[in-house]
Design a protein. Structure first.
Lengths: 163, 102
């Protein structure tokens, strides 16, 4: 019962901050709304008993990604796009595309949930997750570290000042 | 326990809001922010479906971990590209990127 109330509170915050992020005229404010949404996502992960994922979300997304986003916003000083300046035609097409995707998406998800086994199992702990990542998922885990290294080197190479 | 359907519907709603933003925003940075939101929504869906499994959500958590790793790599590279583009053109708007437009 408490979980359901918490879920609706957090999901209200997420949807409101996602919409506010999109309509905000100020870039820094937009990034702050993104921060709020991502932190609220961490709350939902905790509600699903994924405590490690919730922490990872706060550290990585809310911490690192948001700070980097603020840095880039400050460095590039993007022009604040006025809503009336947006092409109405493109917005209409985009809304049409989203509406066209939403119906089959929600329909298939609802049908998928009907086939799921009922959850009654005790939640997996962080220890279990560590064993799985180092055992069954050892190769993807190592590949992920290579991907991160490649992204790091690539980002430094791209962003460095031209000689 | 909260029904998994709630989480999945919320994930779909946030994904669609972010997708609308990705298609309509004019700034590369805001497009990247929308991508981050879409990534988080997909991770939530994996966690919600994984939690119903007999293993107590272990597979869902493992997949969500990789999703977060990919998201971090993606935003790092994406922002580096934004910086590079800004340095060359003095602007970071998607309107000006039409080199492939013919």
């Amino acid at each position: 019962m408490t979980g359901t109330v918490l879920f609706f509170m957090i999901s209200g915050v997420i949807v409101a901050s996602a919409v506010a992020m999109l309509v905000s005229r100020d870039f820094v404010r937009s990034v702050l709304f993104l921060l709020l949404a991502l932190c609220s996502f961490a709350g939902l992960y905790a509600l699903l008993d994924a405590t490690f994922l919730a922490l990872l979300q706060v550290f990585l997304y809310a911490g690192a990604v948001t700070v980097v986003l603020v840095f880039v916003v400050m460095l590039t000083r993007p022009q604040i796009a006025d809503f009336s300046a947006l092409l109405q035609k493109q917005t209409a097409y985009a809304a049409l595309a989203v509406a066209a995707i939403s119906l089959p998406l929600v329909d298939s998800l609802v049908r998928l949930v009907a086939t799921l086994p009922g959850g009654g199992a005790p939640a997996a702990t962080t220890q279990d997750l560590a064993r799985t990542l180092m055992g069954e998922y050892a190769i993807p885990f190592e590949l992920a570290s290579v991907v991160l290294l490649a992204a790091l080197v690539g980002a430094i190479y791209l962003a460095k000042e031209a000689e | 326990m909260v029904p998994p359907l709630y989480f999945i519907i919320l994930g779909a709603v946030v994904f669609l809001i972010a997708m609308l933003g990705f298609l309509t925003r004019r700034s590369l940075i805001q497009a990247l922010m929308c991508l981050e939101l879409m990534t988080a929504a997909v991770a939530l869906t994996f966690l919600a479906i994984g939690r119903t499994m007999p293993d107590g959500g272990l597979q869902g958590m493992a997949i969500a971990t990789f999703i977060i790793v990919i998201g971090a790599a993606e935003v790092g590279m994406g922002l580096a590209i934004v910086m590079l583009y800004f340095r060359r053109h003095g602007d970071a708007s998607t309107d000006d990127i039409d080199l492939l437009g013919g």
